[in-house]
Design a protein. Structure first.
Length: 189
């Protein structure tokens, strides 16, 4: 008996490829250069109902704050196949005593009470924030190389933070990803 080759329909193949790309984005964030070689970056992939929970939280925030851009970005999340979250433990100091956090030195920064502000915990060590930015750029670069549409979104991170999806993170950003005939993240009316 001759078996026919397996068939992968376009939608299924694209979904699987996007999830594989998301995993590669995590690797890129993990291996991105870090200040002093100390890795305080945290990552997570969300899809299906977990991804939609982010969108629901963003819609809730839009209503509470009367900020339409949360609702607009929530639609992007719903229309995405997956969301990559990247956060950082920004409450640790780099030990460089640079003052970028607004305090005299790292000792003073470490002793100050870290507390929840509007969207994230603060203050944050400037070098940890830089590490987050480099990890985000590395992850977005991998998605771009693979022709996966993506956009780094602050509002996604806000919702993820409020849902405690990366509980050790003091700051989180989100990167929704998709592959459609048109980039849904940059043609948003």
């Amino acid at each position: 008996m001759k078996l026919s080759p397996p068939i992968i329909e376009s939608r299924e193949g694209e979904r699987e490829a996007i999830l594989e790309a998301a995993k590669l984005m995590l690797i890129s964030a993990r291996t991105a250069p870090k200040s002093g070689g100390i890795d305080d970056v945290l990552t997570l992939i969300l899809y299906e109902k977990d991804k939609d929970a982010i969108a629901s939280k963003m819609e809730e925030i839009a209503e509470q704050r009367k900020i339409e851009s949360f609702k607009r970005d929530a639609k992007n999340v719903r229309d995405s196949e997956a969301v990559v979250l990247i956060g950082v433990r920004g409450n640790k100091s780099s030990g460089l005593n640079c003052g970028g956090c607004g305090y005299k030195d790292c000792k003073e920064f470490e002793e100050v009470e870290k507390r929840l502000r509007e969207d994230f915990f603060g203050p944050t060590c400037i070098f940890k924030a830089l590490d987050l930015g480099i990890a985000l750029g590395s992850a977005a670069k991998i998605a771009s190389i693979l022709n996966i549409d993506n956009r780094i979104m602050y509002r996604v991170g806000t919702a993820a933070f409020k849902l405690k999806l990366l509980p050790e993170a003091t700051v989180i950003m989100g990167i929704p990803i998709s592959a459609k005939g048109k980039n849904i993240y940059f043609d948003r009316r």
